[in-house]
Write a protein that binds this ligand. Structure first.
Ligand SMILES: [Zn+2]
Length: 264
């Protein structure tokens, strides 16, 4: 369905809100090692599609799961992008993705209310999926795509994209937008997939809410805006916007260090 002008604006605003509200920024006990970190550069991921009420449209799933990587949306560029980045650091990296296109209904009690963020909720959802669909246990991580209703859109904060550093799953939300004219969906971005995956490898957020990048406490310099964990650029009015295109982003040395690609 075509987006109306209003929906396009809303969609752009929502994406900014979602990305700047990335809530995968919790501090975790340093003594805990990510399960993924023990995988030593070889990861298998299951891309799953979940819903409580409204489902994804089939063509959206096809776009995200296009193994030919011929669409701008396809997640299958994420493994290639990571490999290219890893090669710069002579680090080992391999990611195999499998899309499970059948949509899975998640009981609504697993989904946190709009405007709230419950870290445990992600573990509950991924636990439910792995217990219910045992074949998902074969995968190192789950990329859970979920359709959220418009109430989940909050400017500047959102619980819709999130990962926990000591986890084996992350959520990529689609937001369903409705106005008097029609319905449209804000599809998850593959740059968000890469960002949330890097959280699983213990990369930290390098963006400031509503601003540019944070300061690196070791060097006192700002993190670079095209790092996957900052991904910010200024528009012509001087406002900070997210960089969405994964092609424009990279893994800079501070992030490479966090995910173990640079060792001392
Ligand atoms: Zn983040």
């Amino acid at each position: 369905m075509k987006k109306s002008g209003l929906l396009k604006t809303l969609a752009a605003a929502a994406l900014i809100g979602i990305s700047s509200g990335l809530a995968g920024c919790l501090t975790v006990d340093d003594s805990k090692k990510s399960t993924l970190m023990e995988k030593d550069g070889d990861y298998s991921g299951a891309v799953v599609f979940t819903y409580t009420n409204e489902r994804f449209l089939a063509e959206e799933i096809e776009a995200l799961c296009d193994t030919g990587n011929s669409t701008e949306a396809s997640y299958f560029y994420v493994p290639q992008w990571h490999k290219e980045q890893a090669d710069i650091y002579n680090a080992k990296f391999k990611m195999d993705l499998t899309c499970f296109k059948n949509q899975i209904k998640i009981p609504k009690e697993f989904i946190a209310p709009a405007g709230t963020f419950h870290p445990a909720n992600l573990e509950e959802i991924s636990g439910y999926l792995r217990e219910t669909y045992l074949k998902l246990n074969d995968y190192d991580f789950l990329a859970i795509n979920h359709v959220f209703p418009v109430e989940y859109y909050r400017e500047g904060e959102s619980s819709v994209y999130y990962a926990l550093p000591n986890s084996r799953a992350f959520i990529l939300g689609t937001i369903k937008l409705e106005d008097g004219i029609g319905i449209s969906y804000v599809l998850p971005r593959r740059s968000s997939f890469a960002h949330e995956f890097d959280h699983l490898l213990e990369a930290t957020d390098k963006k400031e809410d509503g601003k540019g990048c944070k300061k690196n406490p070791e060097t006192e310099e700002l993190y670079e805006p095209d790092d996957i964990m900052c991904a910010r650029q200024k528009d012509e009015n001087g406002n900070w916007l997210d960089i969405y295109r994964l092609e424009e982003l990279r893994i800079t040395p501070p992030t490479a260090y966090e995910i173990g690609w640079i060792r001392e």
